[in-house]
Design a binder for this molecule. Structure first.
Ligand code: 3Y8
Ligand code: NAP
Length: 249
């Protein structure tokens, strides 16, 4: 009996859920519970942490999961490490559905940095109008560079005060559009963009808009992820599920 667990929270996870629902393959999409109203899905949804690797192993066993697809965001490194470990312990086939990292094009003015602290350090210097397109989780680190005027974009209104003097906040969820992000960067007279190398299409609009406006970008490289088999499209996942089923898993 096939039951696919999708670790979600990305455009690709939603596309996979739609394909599995269309194919009539039983699936559950899992959210961490980070935002108030995660996108509705055409498959069963569960929300919240599993309780570490042990909790995920138990969930895989109790729910008789036949295939685990990690379709989380490339910066969800802890979830991805837990998924590899739990799948191995539970003997459940594991596949990652990811999107290739963005690569700078000739017109791009990227400064690549390794992580959030390096992105903060890259903002040393005189005051500028900076868009932090990082969501809510890492904003406080930028209080170390209070000289800038920051534009923030969150999925949900903040639950606590934002420790950044002189910030503007936009509450909006992607996927975003190039025209929408062009208008935003122009309206806010943004001079520098800080973002993660998420890859994919859902977060890419701001990069295309920055390129159009000739804006510099501080690009945060992805954290290290465990070794695993990765595919970049839904069709490859469906094939894997079909093929894995042939192996009687
Ligand atoms: C909860 C579930 C789908 C998935 C859509 C993608 C695209 C739109 C663009 C900017 C960058 C950012 C952020 C972003 C994008 C997609 C994708 C993506 C970036 C939702 C969602 C959940 C989250 C969690 C949220 C984080 C935050 C990051 C905002 C759903 C909407 C900045 C990542 O408030 C919080 O705690 C938010 C936390 C993790 C990063 C952060 O550090 O704050 N995503 N985003 C998932 C869960 O609970 O498990 O409602 O759809 C999903 C999406 N957000 O199905 O269409 O595929 O990446 N998400 C980044 O890429 O830098 C916004 O503003 O330009
Ligand atoms: P993370 O730091 O890698 O994971 C921290 C803990 O959150 C995990 O150990 C797990 O808790 C729980 N968790 C994470 N993703 C989960 C999921 N899909 N289902 C159930 N539990 C989950 O994760 P994160 O970076 O906070 O990302 C959380 C969610 O937001 C993920 O769904 C991710 O795809 C999505 N997202 C993240 C980003 C980003 O920039 N980080 C961007 C877009 C979307 P337990 O240990 O208790 O199991």
């Amino acid at each position: 009996m096939t039951h696919v667990l999708i670790l979600g929270g990305t455009t690709e996870a939603s596309a996979l859920a739609a394909a599995l629902a269309h194919a009539g393959i039983a699936a559950t999409l899992s959210y961490a519970g980070r935002v108030a109203n995660p996108r509705a899905q055409p498959v069963a949804v569960r929300v919240g942490g599993f309780g570490g690797v042990a909790g995920l192993v138990e969930w895989l066993q109790v729910k008789r999961v036949s295939h685990l697809v990690d379709a989380t965001h490339p910066f969800a490194a802890q979830m991805s490490a837990h998924a590899v470990a739990a799948a191995a312990q539970a003997g459940v086939p594991h596949l990652a559905l990811t999107r290739p990292a963005w690569a700078a094009e000739t017109a791009d003015r990227w400064t690549r940095v390794a992580d959030i602290p390096a992105a903060v350090a890259a903002l040393a210097g005189g005051p500028r109008r900076v868009m932090l397109a990082l969501g809510r989780m890492h904003v406080d680190a930028f209080a170390a560079m209070p000289q800038h005027r920051y534009l923030l974009r969150f999925v949900d209104p903040p639950r606590t005060a934002i420790a950044l003097p002189g910030h503007r906040l936009v509450v909006d969820r992607g996927p975003f559009t190039v025209e929408g992000d062009l208008a935003l960067l122009r309206r806010e007279a943004i001079e520098l963009l800080v973002c993660k190398n998420a890859g994919g299409s859902g977060a890419q609009a701001k990069l295309i808009a920055a390129r159009t406006l000739g804006l510099p970008v501080v690009m945060i490289d992805r954290p290290p992820l465990p070794d695993r088999v990765e595919v970049h499209d839904v069709a490859a996942v469906l094939h894997w599920i079909g093929h894995a089923a042939d192996r009687g898993v």
